[in-house]
Design a binder for this molecule. Structure first.
Ligand code: TXA
Ligand code: MG
Length: 344
């Protein structure tokens, strides 16, 4: 199948209506279309059509037991997808939708098993990207969409990276420029006794606690799951976001990092913060040292750039674990296969 790439915008703030309509028509016909969102690009299909959804799994090579997020354009649609809308969900939606937050709740019978991968729950998000919003409206149905990468690769933040992974696998990619956040949405479940963050993202744990009070952070966010432990979020158990290069996270100050590197392979690459590249002959940067949002924005692109430059061994500077930095660390530690060392 030949993959068409269409610009999603006709002018600076004007949508390319013909492209949006084409996406809507394909989606209604049970096809898969890649669309931009503010977090990363998504691979969308009609969430009510199990057969259409199964094409997503095929295109990505995604394990069947990893459920998808359902994307909606209006808050009211939530009540069609879940058994009940609790007070906490209303609060979260009012505070963070549209935006990079996914809420998990017990599902309604409208959700096919293909979407929830057999779980009794469903994940729902209302994206803020105008193209995502317009495509959901044009399709007239909620859209199930995982990130638009091949399973195991970094999530794509622009249409070119989607094309690299998905060409000849899907009929259409809408090009809406670079994703603003750069890492996937925060996932919070309300199906547990206390709200629990399963994946950190652009909406921070601090923000969620301010709104809801006590919020747990799942163990799998920061640590490798022990053998035999069941993942609350199936996606967390897979090696993920992994470039071909072998990455080691080095904890410590810049000074300690530089000293640590002196004893390392001369052809090693460094993944560091902006301004630090002057100290290393082969460096790729990912954002400012104290700014999680700028790091999130660059991380997946930086991982792909390391591959493009042929990096085999990479030593990475460690982000802070607060704010959006927690999401950055969560992705980086998976890209590194949970390998880190202390520089001191
Ligand atoms: O920002 C995002 O969330 C992007 C854009 C496209 O919206 N989507 C995305 O989807 O990152 P995906 O499939 O790559 O990640 C969804 C994560 C996976 O870790 C999956 O296991 C988890 O959410 N998930 C989905 N439904 C779930 C459920 N019912 N219970 C627990 N985890 C769930
Ligand atoms: Mg993904």
């Amino acid at each position: 199948m030949k993959t068409e790439v269409l610009p999603a915008f006709a002018g600076e703030n004007e949508l390319n209506q013909a492209a949006i309509e084409k996406a809507g028509t394909l989606l209604r016909a049970g096809e898969v279309v890649a669309i931009p969102t503010e977090t990363v690009y998504g691979l969308a299909a009609n969430a009510y059509d199990g057969e259409a959804v199964s094409k997503i799994f095929k295109a990505k090579g995604r394990p069947q037991d990893n459920p998808l997020i359902v994307h909606i354009a209006k808050v009211e649609t939530l009540s069609d997808l879940v058994a009940e809308v609790p007070e906490a969900a209303k609060k979260l939606a009012a505070a963070f939708w549209p935006g990079p937050l996914t809420i998990i709740l017990p599902k309604s019978e409208k959700i096919p098993d293909a979407v929830s991968a057999g779980l009794p729950t469903v994940a729902v998000r209302m994206p803020s990207h105008p193209v995502a919003h317009a495509v959901i409206e044009a399709a007239g149905v909620p859209l199930a969409a995982p990130s638009a990468n091949l399973s195991g690769s970094p999530s794509p933040t622009n249409a070119k990276y989607v094309f690299d992974d998905m060409h000849d696998r899907i009929p259409l990619i809408l090009d809406g420029g670079s994703s603003a956040v750069g890492v996937e949405s925060t996932v919070i479940t309300l199906a547990t006794e206390r709200p629990r963050v399963l994946r950190p993202g652009g909406v921070t744990v601090e923000q969620l606690r301010e709104l809801l009070g006590e919020v747990d952070v799942d163990d799998a966010v920061l640590h490798k799951l022990a053998e035999g432990v069941r993942a609350a979020s199936p996606g967390m158990k897979y090696k993920h976001y992994a470039p071909r290069a072998e990455i080691t996270i080095v904890k410590g100050t810049l000074k300690e990092f530089r000293r640590f590197l002196e004893s390392k392979e001369k052809d090693a690459f460094v993944l560091c913060f902006a301004g630090e590249e002057q100290y290393f002959p082969r460096a790729v940067t990912y954002g400012e040292a104290d700014d999680g949002l700028s790091q999130a924005n660059r991380l997946f692109d930086a991982l792909r750039e390391l591959d493009e430059q042929g990096a085999k061994t990479v030593y990475a500077r460690c982000p802070q674990l607060s704010g959006v930095g927690l999401a950055v660390y969560n992705r980086l530690i998976r890209a590194a296969g949970f390998k880190f060392v202390e520089a001191v």
